[in-house]
Design a protein around this ligand. Structure first.
Ligand code: NOJ
Ligand code: CA
Length: 567
């Protein structure tokens, strides 16, 4: 048995000290709502703002600090709302600005802040600014708000450079000029319906500053900033033979991608930070920046820039104890250098849900692209067991946490969704070669026996829910003390009462690092046994355990996670 000397913090190697500052966002739990799939109140099969407001009391049971809403602005929905046609509006599909006010007010009554999604890299091709740019012609100030270039080759037949869209195919589309002749090309790092803004233009800065103030005035708690690493492009737009998403590949380090992480970008966030700081209430900016390595990512959260940035290296960790340990340790050390919290995350609306991801035992190159009927199916039993363990470990870490709606129910992806339902532009732009992200965006199950599982009173759902989700409905899990929902509730309550988010981290010695992760955060030890042999728990009180049914053989931990209050 491990000796009590191990409980003496002086013999533990401290990786991360408890932070001196305690602003709310350093330790926050933020719950991502994907509005179209959360709760449909008006019965059209698409979730809406009133549906969110109606369930905020239910969410408050999870002891969260804030919700982040994916885009609900007026949009043609070519990329599920990440193609914004009017940044200061609510799409009628989701409700009205009055509905938004009511949502913020109700959230406030539950002590929940509302963070909205800002999409500054690109807008919809239906935005009035882009329509004006098309009408105005080459060389005009209107065109200068976007990235228009002449093509190369005879009559400008070829795109200006070789950049590829994230969603497949070229990142350029040629337009027809107002006089009917084949014209210039515009850049779109995503779908052709999402033209990139030109952030070298002061008018673009002014436009977004107004949008920030608009939502800040309505009382939002801050912004999650979409593709926050892409706004500035390297001058001259040089060719890039690496990956479209800027991740490193042989001969193409991500740090050299000309469309990501350009130095000028940080001045934008410094100016936004000043705007947020001029408001009361400690509002926040969170970067969605897929930048590696972590040491470079921390540039986004230097003291005068953003507050948080998603830790995608953590989200993508393989099921391998040394790899998890490495990402935890390197993250904490890197973020500590700039005085920022690390923001842990395991699922979102762009990746296969972790209850499915961890159930994939066959090699899959890019699981973020979705799983379909003809792929090997994940083992849900294994996936949910590992997901519960991984979540409990994550919630024991110091720093902030993001949760994605439905993970508290242990939802898997829809891995047999018929293609006719797929809406993700990735599926269509690659002619089905990449399935896209619809599988993680399926409407939530609320009650087991109702049509559409209670998502919509009218029984409609914009994507069909998979077989077996009735057993995972929130109503079923609320009544079951061993459910995944109740594991989340218990862990989130303890995380707050034990102040783990503001805590420290030291590795707990004596365990085999090849198979066990064990750390001490304040007076609590968190362990995840990824090996096949049970391991002894430290002396103390077992306060949380990821095993369904919490059946433990004495103080031996099988391949699961546990928290122990050290004695
Ligand atoms: C990242 C968002 O999370 C994703 O859903 C979207 O498709 C792209 N950015 C483009 O806005
Ligand atoms: Ca609706």
């Amino acid at each position: 048995m491990l000796s009590s000397v191990l409980h003496d913090s002086s013999v533990l190697a401290l990786v991360h000290p408890a932070p001196a500052d305690r602003e709310w966002w350093r330790s926050s739990v933020i719950y991502q709502i994907y509005p179209r799939s959360f709760r449909d109140l008006n019965g059209d099969g698409i979730g809406d703002l009133q549906g969110i407001t109606a369930e905020l009391g239910t969410l408050a049971e999870l002891d969260i600090d804030a919700v982040w809403l994916s885009p609900f602005y007026r949009s043609p929905q070519k990329d599920a709302g990440y193609d914004v046609a009017d940044y200061r509006s609510v799409d009628p599909m989701f409700g009205t600005l009055e509905d938004f006010d009511a949502l913020v007010a109700e959230a406030g009554r539950h002590g929940i802040r509302v963070i909205v999604d800002l999409v500054p890299n690109h807008c919809s091709d239906q935005h009035t600014l882009f329509q004006a740019a098309l009408a105005a012609g080459p060389g005009s100030p209107d065109r200068d708000l976007f990235i228009f270039r002449n093509g190369t080759g005879e009559n400008g037949y070829n795109p200006p450079n070789n950049w590829q869209s994230h969603f497949g195919g070229p990142a350029w589309t040629r337009i027809t000029e107002p006089d009917g002749t084949p014209g210039q090309w515009y850049l779109h790092l995503f779908d052709s319906s999402q033209p990139d803004f030109n952030w070298d233009s002061p008018a673009v800065h002014a436009e977004f500053e107004q949008t920030l103030r608009f939502w800040l005035d309505l009382g939002v708690g801050g912004f999650r900033v979409d593709v926050a690493h892409a706004l500035i492009k390297k001058s001259g737009l040089p060719d890039w033979g690496g990956r479209a998403d800027g991740s490193s590949s042989e001969g193409y380090p991500g740090a050299e991608a000309p469309m990501f992480g350009q130095p000028g970008i940080h001045d934008i966030y410094r100016s936004w930070r000043k705007i947020l700081d001029s408001y009361d209430g400690d509002r926040v900016l969170c970067a969605e920046a897929t930048i590696d390595p972590i040491d470079r990512l921390t540039d986004w959260v230097r003291p005068d820039e953003m507050h948080q940035t998603f830790n995608f290296a953590y989200l993508h960790h393989p099921w391998h104890a040394p790899a998890v340990r490495h990402v935890i340790e390197s993250s904490l050390r890197a973020f500590d250098k700039v005085g920022a919290p690390t923001t842990w995350v395991l699922s979102n609306h762009d990746v296969v849900r972790h209850a499915s991801r961890f159930g994939i035992t066959t090699h899959q190159e890019r699981p973020g692209d979705g799983i379909g009927s003809s792929d090997p199916q994940p083992d849900y039993g294994l996936g949910i067991s590992r997901a519960r363990a991984a979540t409990l470990l994550m919630l024991g870490l110091p720093g902030g946490v993001y949760l994605y709606q439905g993970e508290e129910l242990g939802l898997p992806d829809h891995t047999t969704l018929p293609d006719e339902y797929r809406q993700d532009p990735t599926f269509h732009r690659t002619e089905g070669a990449r399935l896209g992200r619809d599988g993680c965006r399926v409407p939530l199950p609320w009650t087991p026996d109702a049509p559409a599982l209670g998502f919509s009173d009218a029984g409609q759902a914009w994507l069909p829910q998979p077989e077996g989700w009735n057993a995972l409905a929130r109503g079923v899990q609320q009544a079951d003390p061993d459910s995944t929902l109740n594991l989340y509730r218990t862990a989130l309550e303890l995380r707050r009462s034990l102040d783990l988010g503001n805590g420290s981290l030291a590795w707990y010695p004596g365990y085999d690092p090849e198979s066990v992760l064990a750390f001490v955060n304040g007076g609590t030890a968190a362990l995840m046994n990824m090996g096949s042999d049970p391991v002894p728990l430290p002396d103390g009180e077992l306060v949380a355990c990821s095993i369904n049914g919490a059946v433990m053989d004495g103080y031996l931990l099988p391949n699961h996670s546990a928290w122990v209050r050290l004695s």
